[in-house]
Design a protein around this ligand. Sequence first.
Ligand code: PMP
Length: 395
Amino acid sequence: MNFAGRMDFLQDKELLNAMELTETEDMISFSAGFPSPETYPVEDIKESFIKVLENEGKEALSYCSTSGYGTLREIIAKRMQDKFGLQYDKSEVIITSGSQQALDMSGMLFIDKGDVILFETPSYLGAVNALKAYEAELVAVPTDHDGIQIDALKEALDRYGSRVKLIYVIPDFQNPTGRSWSPERRKEFMDFIGDYDIAVLEDAAYSELSFEEQLEKPLSYYDKKGQVVYVGTFSKTFCPGLRVAWLCARHEIMEKYLILKNAADLSSSAIAQRQMAYYLQHHDLDAHIKKISKLYQERRDTMMKVIAQEFPKEAHYVVPKGGLFIWMELPENKDARELLKRAYAEKVAFIPGGSFYPSGVKNNEMRLNFSNMSEEEIRKGMRILGRLTREYLLE
Ligand code: PMP
């Protein structure tokens, strides 16, 4: 079959293989990037679906408006204001089928072939692939412990000039590194980028999964000229199966997204949106988030403890204050893919870091998910991985 040329550069075989192997039953897997299924509030969701079908069955089983179910958009706008001080009118919020769809539509909206997208790196592979499909050149901008490096960003902007159409960032508990931008860097970034006519795609997938009381203000909070497109999702705080997420943008940009959303799938699932709205009106999502964050924090602590005991000191990492991941860096001459081969042989899996670079691969890093395995499995799997890492680093 003759496929489009873009298919040559879209597949990441390494990651797909890693994910497939993870599904083997007796594997202790630190690979996946999703919340723990045991946290999904199945009974509450069941009740919400039943109530929606009883009370508004016909509407729930019809098409929804392209922008999404109005009540849900209102609730989301209010939540964004209460939690983050974000001031979006309901008309500036649309529902998308997962935040993945919002990323895809952003490529469609801003990118022509050959345009440049600046990526905070390492970054979420799903965004890399979604945006790569629009035949953009993806340019890596390095981050440090406070967030994207402004000097490097300036260098990239000077170099690529008006070809830069989009900057993709994950300021909170980033996938894959688990790091968050400091408030100072957020302000600095927004002050700096405010002088450019470039859209900023702020992926807030993990922003509410914090182990601390106070949530950081999003970039969008500091946005004076309406250049940030903010993307949120219920996938990590509630469950990914409903595919309900949202995108916030100012009117001029939102009009365009609506055209694209209509072309993509007419509307997101009406019943899923109404179920979500019912749940938000009759249950306490924040209490649920608190509960799951506590569970993940305990799992993180267990993982950190084993790392401190079992891993060689040459393996560097940062303790994440939220989200789902720990990022580990081995000495530069070591290859995490080699370590993974050995780990597979002992039924332990993780994702080698090379998969998270849009360009210029580094192979000495690894992403470890701590949300998905029980504490017992974490202890067992990390002890094995610690021993394998010690042995490998001695060679
Ligand atoms: N953004 C980031 C950073 C993610 O890690 C993910 C899922 N792993 C998504 C977006 C997509 O999530 P969803 O489509 O389920 O909202």
